[in-house]
Design a protein around this ligand. Sequence first.
Ligand code: DI6
Ligand code: FE
Length: 402
Amino acid sequence: MSANAVWLNTKLATMVGEGYGKIDDGAIAVDQGRIAWLGSRGDLPAEYRKLPRHDCGGALITPGLIDCHTHLVYAGNRAAEFEQRLQGARYEDIARAGGGIQSTVTATRAASEDELLAQSAKRLSAMIAEGVTTIEIKSGYGLDLANELKILRTARRLAAHSSVEISTTFLGAHALPPEFAGRADDYIAEVCDHMLPSIAAEALADAVDAFCENIAFTPAQTARVFDAAKRFGLPVKLHADQLSDSSGAALAAQYGALSADHLECTSAESVRAMAQAGTVAVLLPGAYYFLRETRLPPIAELRAQRVPIAISTDCNPGTSPCTSLLLMLNMACTLFRMTPAEALAGVTRNAALALGLNDRGQLVAGMRADFALWDVRHPAELSYAFGANPCVARVFAGDRDD
Ligand code: DI6
Ligand code: FE
């Protein structure tokens, strides 16, 4: 159990309200892993004045960062495919020729659970070093029951070994495994009637995702996966409209999805459906950049419809081999023209919404005491600089990392 303490001599970006929710000379009192009180230092109630004090030396405190869309658990890498793409091959063509996701499936199936853990732990450490306190991890590189279980167990083991919370997502409908070639509907039946029930029985998934795309699964197949998720009481989310518009975001909204992710090709009509359903937009600038996409997600429409926008790394070996959520803040601004305040909300408040977690993502009394300390004067600097890591400390459930 964490030590009760007060954090002083800090600027706070509470992320409450539209902007940063700044408090200039702030203080946070932590009690049993939760924020007990926060505000201006001068207003600190007497009961907290006797607690042990941490002098933050003027550092900025933000909520702990939340990476709400990653495929962090996989084996190997796809540098060779990157070279092929640089010589003109398209991502879709490599996928259709049996490379792409399939090559990571081969490597992941071949890895033992311990090997997978070791490779994934390095990526997790890099994320944690940048102030991340909650991460979502998807399966989807196993594509059979034993290997999907191996990935989800690895994700749970990573959480047990580190000071980070991990939310797991079953992405069995990520790609068609070779043993089901030409039988996509049969594979969807396998996902719904065999894999998902076993995974749910072991409580290994907190949500269910699918890849709705012309190189992956149709809207009708996606709907079958969502219906199965509902039977097990699991929330859904979707890789929607990344490479083409199949009205994936509207389908996600129809199912009350937590989030619809990617959205480069999403129509204004689908955005309206998301707004009505309260489905969060998760934008992934790393994948947009790495695939050298030119079609931007419908940012203006998302803003106009007041759809919360989250930002994430999409950490995966094919389209975003990246562990830096800070770099994504910069890319959200430079590539997507988001404001630094919108970008920071995207990795805190709105990322929490995308995971359906209402106990984090802002600095508010009663929420988890997950926060990050930064050697910057203003929160916009977190989006402005790239390739730097100004994180000086991270606090997870009230405990400071050593
Ligand atoms: N969209 C993505 O960006 C990742 N999965 C997906 O459905 C990429 C997966 C990969 O190429 O390994
Ligand atoms: Fe993804």
